[in-house]
Write a protein that binds this ligand. Sequence first.
Ligand SMILES: Cc1cc2nc3c(=O)[nH]c(=O)nc-3n(C[C@H](O)[C@H](O)[C@H](O)COP(=O)(O)OP(=O)(O)OC[C@H]3O[C@@H](n4cnc5c(N)ncnc54)[C@H](O)[C@@H]3O)c2cc1C
Ligand SMILES: NC(=O)c1ccc[n+]([C@@H]2O[C@H](COP(=O)([O-])OP(=O)(O)OC[C@H]3O[C@@H](n4cnc5c(N)ncnc54)[C@H](O)[C@@H]3O)[C@@H](O)[C@H]2O)c1
Length: 484
Amino acid sequence: MSSSSQDRTVDVIIIGAGPTGENVADRAVQGGLTAAIVERELVGGECSYWACMPTKALLRDAAALRAAKALPAAGKAITGTLDAEAVFARRDQFTSGWKDAGQVEWLTGAGITLVRGHGRITGTRTVTVTDSDGTTTNLQARQAVVIATGTSALTPPVPGLDEADPWTNREAAAATSVPDRLAIIGGGVVGVEMATAFSALGSQVTLISRSRLLAGVEEFAGEHVADALRTYGVSVLLDRDASEVRRDDTGEVHLTLSDGAEVTADEVLVATGRVPNTKDLGLEHVGLTPGKWLAVDDALAVVDDSGRLEDGWLYAAGDINHRALLTHHGKYQARALGDLIAARARGEEPDLSTWGRHAATADERAVTQVIFTDPEVVAVGHTAASAEAAGIEVGVVDYDLGSIAGASLHADGYRGQARMVIDEQRKVLVGFTAVGPDISELLHAATIAIVGEVPLDRLWHAVPAYPTISEIWLRLLETAGRDR
Ligand SMILES: Cc1cc2nc3c(=O)[nH]c(=O)nc-3n(C[C@H](O)[C@H](O)[C@H](O)COP(=O)(O)OP(=O)(O)OC[C@H]3O[C@@H](n4cnc5c(N)ncnc54)[C@H](O)[C@@H]3O)c2cc1C
Ligand SMILES: NC(=O)c1ccc[n+]([C@@H]2O[C@H](COP(=O)([O-])OP(=O)(O)OC[C@H]3O[C@@H](n4cnc5c(N)ncnc54)[C@H](O)[C@@H]3O)[C@@H](O)[C@H]2O)c1
């Protein structure tokens, strides 16, 4: 093992080349700074290779097939089942066979320096990178160090689980065969999306959830998803935990649940949340505790219990700051932060006012999410419960999505529901959730209404085209009443 060492100085060092890190670096370079990005695995991060893109590729064929089956004539034309090999082959195109040459080319083209290896903070504005053959590079930042190291799968301390060699999101996203029986622990977003994908690919899926499904969104959305999963043959077990797991000599996995029930499967997928990649990051050198999420201020500068850390050279963006574990919010933070670091380097005060250029206000007011189940779930901003908890005078308006003309044209037996959450004092929308087939593109209209704080009176003038599913907006407004 060689262990030579070299030194480099740049304006900004970013640790982690996931979607967040890439975008911080890009904005900083566009702002006139030099940037080095440190990556220990693949440029593109979890999202590109083991999360967003491959899992959505696993889901897409099943969604197209279901959409056709929901129409009598098109449905008659379907004579076969999903070809799992072809689904995996298409997924492989999206991960480029787990090679990052394309993303490296983009980085280089954007003028960003890539340093491969594991990065650790070793002092003020200093990062030491150790590559796979032990060579170290000492990076010094003139302006800032940004931590964008993302997360890994959390494996709960269930007796026998580790020894049973469970799948995490990585094995599920990169699967090359379909297990006959798949048990999934966790009824959050990963659990329900993977139950949808693998049941469509032919697995007999058992989904074990300690609470209702999709506890982070409005209850009705999780109920629609649970009903649909059951109709697709998934065994949905709610309000139960796995209390013991054992893989026997034949390779079968046996799960004992908290109510004493037994589940037997060929693979078990753990989908119980994420842990921050902060364990081996040198955080002790700046007085922080390794292994924890990183708290940040409005400027995304890392803070400790006593306020901003040192003189504010250390920032954290994306999953690692636990604001919103979503790629698009990581990238949103990244755009604000890259611009902020460049502004501070020019001696300018950043604009951290609400909705200001360098503020990530949407993380607090308008987190957007699409859950690619069947039916799909879209959500932005508050749920009724979170709005109430935030002290808002809440108005809730529900409407049956299936009774919209566009929805009934879209598919026979269309089922769905939509809810808008209103701030009754300000007469603006503060939340929107819907569940129904093929509604992912419905989300952005709600996002614009919330971010733009469009008065309800004015929303009446946003005329949805007939006969589209977007007419849900008209029905929600009519239900709310024009003189509300
Ligand atoms: C199964 C699954 C599906 C998902 N689907 C979606 C979706 O459809 N839409 C969506 O918006 N979000 C989705 N997410 C969430 C999304 O993946 C994350 O929000 C996103 O990847 C966060 O980006 P990031 O750049 O902050 O971190 P990551 O993508 O995790 O990237 C962090 C990078 O840092 C590197 N790194 C870590 N430590 C070091 C170190 N010490 N030195 C050098 N490099 C290091 C890692 O190797 C990694 O490449 C999904 C998550 C999962 C698990
Ligand atoms: N389409 C998307 O936008 C998308 C898709 C997948 C993941 N993601 C993001 O990735 C993140 C991780 O997803 P996730 O599903 O792993 O986490 P999650 O937090 O959404 O769900 C984890 C679930 O596991 C349960 N759980 C925790 N410990 C458990 C235990 N010991 N036994 C049984 N259940 C347990 C929790 O109660 C929760 O319901 C989420 O924040 C999500 O937003 C987004």
